[in-house]
Design a protein around this ligand. Structure first.
Ligand SMILES: [Zn+2]
Length: 196
């Protein structure tokens, strides 16, 4: 009887509700128009909200937050740092706007390339496109790989028609990716809870 009570207590303490699936994203606001950045964050947040994940944006993070080590079982999926770079290195594919490093466990795991984004950030689609770029790169980190899909937000490239539609029709994760993302965050929460 006593064993049963303990088991129930442990399960209750590590159970995960949808509202607990929150990812903090650190992005300093110095490189683009602040209003554009905040609107872009809103687009990315709505994409994740539609699959039950909350993005919490921070414009300044401490090194301790960025380097939160996660656990021996899982990378830190709770805080993702994003940095800006003036120019993309020559090793980055010509059409890439940003890069994600999903195999790096902590720190800044996404780099946004200003020279590649510049043209897109100078027109009326700026916030919507930047928001989708943020959501896509965060997707790589949380999915744990740099692979792309044939449809939706995680396509390798978006058509002009898709980008033009972004302000009023958000691109989405596939149902399978949405499941994977939620499972990753649930696993992360459970292992973090067990490690405490
Ligand atoms: Zn990609």
């Amino acid at each position: 009887m006593r064993k049963t009570v303990i088991l129930i207590s442990v399960v209750a303490s590590i159970s995960v509700r949808a509202s607990d699936r929150t990812v903090t994203v650190c992005l300093a606001p110095q490189e683009v128009n602040f209003r554009t950045q905040v609107l872009a964050e809103g687009y990315a947040s709505r994409i994740y909200h539609s699959i039950g994940i909350n993005l919490r944006w921070k414009h300044s993070c401490t090194n301790a937050e960025l380097n939160n080590p996660g656990t021996a079982f899982t990378a830190n999926s709770i805080i993702i740092g994003i940095e800006w770079a003036a120019n993309a290195p020559l090793t980055v594919p010509i059409r890439a706007l940003a890069a994600a490093r999903p195999f790096q466990p902590t720190g800044n795991r996404i780099t946004l390339y200003l020279d590649r984004l510049k043209g897109l950030l100078e027109n009326g689609l700026a916030a919507a496109v930047l928001g989708h770029v943020l959501a896509h790169e965060i997707g790589h980190v949380l999915l744990g790989h740099n692979g792309h899909s044939n449809e939706g937000l995680m396509k390798a490239t978006w058509s002009q028609a898709e980008m033009t539609a972004m302000p009023h029709r958000l691109m989405k994760f596939t149902a399978y990716q949405a499941e994977e993302l939620n499972a990753t965050l649930d696993h992360s929460r459970v292992t973090l809870a067990l490690a405490r």
